[in-house]
Design a protein around this ligand. Structure first.
Ligand code: IMP
Ligand code: MG
Length: 181
């Protein structure tokens, strides 16, 4: 895989496709929560674009929080060990919580945060929203309540998702074509 070559990214989903799908999700959530207050929690860093696009379309009284989760491993594979920063600073009791995550891949990160919230807080309600679902790679039994797109088993970049820290700023979603170099 070339390290940083924005020219090598093959587009899978255009910015318009992504925005339309996030709008659809926002409409579902707007109906579901009506005038209930919601706390939207973004998992840094990958969820930034998804979270802000979703938040702009939500109409209920909304607060926003961010947590940093990192799963150790190589650039493209999770080790299954997850570390959380500032989760313990949040007060999520009696709140309607919506998690925004970029992608569910092996599922370790999603499972970690779902278990963490269920073990440490007593939210009023709790839903997990992912921009992307890479079901073929799942190693633990976890599903999003809502996701925008199912993706193939390729390494995805753009719209918040990175390879080695790069490509998050692409306004579309793509994958890096292997050149064999
Ligand atoms: P998990 O394997 O489901 O725990 O995913 C862990 C994290 O790895 C996700 O939150 C993403 O930040 C990142 N990740 C997983 N698959 C991809 C990918 O295809 N491209 C970029 N990041 C990914
Ligand atoms: Mg992530």
């Amino acid at each position: 895989m070339n390290r940083v070559d924005y020219e090598n990214v093959k587009m899978l989903l255009s910015e318009a496709q992504i925005q339309n799908k996030i709008l659809e999700l926002a409409e579902v959530l707007n109906k579901e929560y009506q005038n209930e207050e919601v706390c939207l929690i973004g998992i840094l860093k990958g969820s930034i674009m998804f979270m802000t696009e979703l938040a702009k379309r939500l109409r209920m009284p909304l607060t926003m929080e961010f947590v940093r989760l990192s799963s150790y491993g190589s650039n493209t594979n999770s080790s299954g060990k997850v570390d959380a920063l500032n989760m313990s600073l949040l007060d999520l009791n009696d709140k309607n919580i919506i998690i925004a995550e970029d992608i569910i891949d092996s599922g370790y990160t999603a499972k970690f945060i779902v278990d963490y919230i269920n073990n440490n807080y007593n939210p009023k309600s709790f839903k997990f929203c992912a921009l992307l679902n890479k079901k073929a790679r799942r190693e633990v039994d976890i599903e999003a309540d809502y996701y925008c797109f199912e993706v193939d088993n390729k390494f995805i970049v753009g719209y918040g998702l990175d390879y080695d820290g790069y490509y998050r700023n692409l306004p579309y979603i793509g994958y890096i074509e292997e050149t064999g170099k």
